[in-house]
Design a protein around this ligand. Sequence first.
Ligand code: NDP
Length: 455
Amino acid sequence: MESKYLEKSNHWGRAWAVEMKTAISSLLILTLTPLMVFYFYICAFFYDCALTAPIMELVSGNLTLSSVWEKIPSFSTHALAVFACWYLLQLFLALIPDYFHRIIKWYKGGKLLGAVTPAGNQLPYNINGLQAWSVSLTLFLLGWIFNIFSPTIIFDNWGGLLIIANIVGFSLAIFTYIKAFIFPSYINDRLITGNPLYDFYMGVELNPRLGPLDFKLFFNGRPGIIGWTLINLSFAFAQYYQYGFVTNSMILVNVFQAMYVLSFFWDESCYLKTIDIHHDHFGWMLAWGDSVWLPFMYTLQALFLVFHPLELSLPYFIFVFLLGIIGFYICYSANNQKNIFRQNDGNISIWKEKANFIPCEYLTSDGEKRKSKLLTSGWWGISRHMNYTGDLIFSLAISLACGTEYLFPYFYFVFMTILLIHRCFRDEHRCGHKYGKSWEQYCQKVPYRLIPGVF
Ligand code: NDP
């Protein structure tokens, strides 16, 4: 069979040539996704989370475009103050040293090196996310206990926060685009395709930094992700204050998503080796995505449960709980196998057997030839993205926790399915160009992407 990746290339970063269809889809995502976030907001606050209701009303003429406009939240200085305090706190927590790794022996934090970039750079990072998450959560709870602010502060300002997050997301994207040309951080790790729209959307700089602040680690991994746990908690409080109880579905969604965030920070050092950090450039997709998409769309389940306080029957609760635990376990354990494998240069045992791998080489644009290994044991011998499979099962469980009556809470699962299937292809394109024939060999040995025997 003719190899797709006969020659390795040092162009294994993100796309360096843009086809018309890619540019058009970037434009569509840039314009439609912000509208989608507002659409979900309107459905939740004005239509009881019925996703088709506004469209039906528009079609029947009961709703005009100007009355839709009236439903868009307005700018609020109170929301601005909440947002500013949150970002300043996160900035402070991101820049201070990590104390956790000094206290907890097995926790990997402090100053650590990231992956080798296509230009051959290897950057230091301040890994202290677990500390930032724990301090933020503690401060939020103390604020409630000592009556400094209401724990529903996030829910109460949700509309105003949405407006400010959009202003911040778009401004950040414009700033980083201009910065990439005027004062780039790592000039050899920029990618300029010649298509300004695509470059704005996907980003020019791989690792923009301002002094000690790494944009990707901070914006991808701090205000939004830490906020995720607090937003869910605030929604749980909102449910309690409205109805006088918290449902088991709300507890399940809170616990599952907090587990997901905690596992992210537990392994934050490994986050440096994920596609987000070592492959994606910092453009609108990450700047706006981190500021708006993640906090406002990943929390839709808990928001739904504020409007629909659903109490799950015990058998259904147990079913969803077990499904979630299975998905979480597969995802976490697959990521863990790869991380430990890479940290120990392949010298580990998986499932009581010595780990097998395919040795491979790759080039960086400084002309250096480097070595790596592709794991073929454990989950990585079952399918090429078993971590994604586990993540999808987990996402489904979180959506199922909100019952089966409404489509609204299933958005997260649908989005994750599209995102992770697209990622399979994106990652394989990258790995094919990076590792050439060795990647082809890996695909022959492990022929399925997500579900063995199916896809
Ligand atoms: P991976 O962690 O799977 O990283 C892919 C990289 O791993 C490849 O580019 C390659 O990098 C390396 N690799 C691939 N195959 C092997 C192998 N067999 N052996 C060793 N190394 C290999 O992907 P992501 O970064 O996309 O995802 C990380 C986690 O984050 C997943 O659990 C995913 O589900 C989750 N996720 C969650 C999202 C959310 O919004 N909730 C969004 C995206 C991801 P190299 O160059 O080092 O060889």
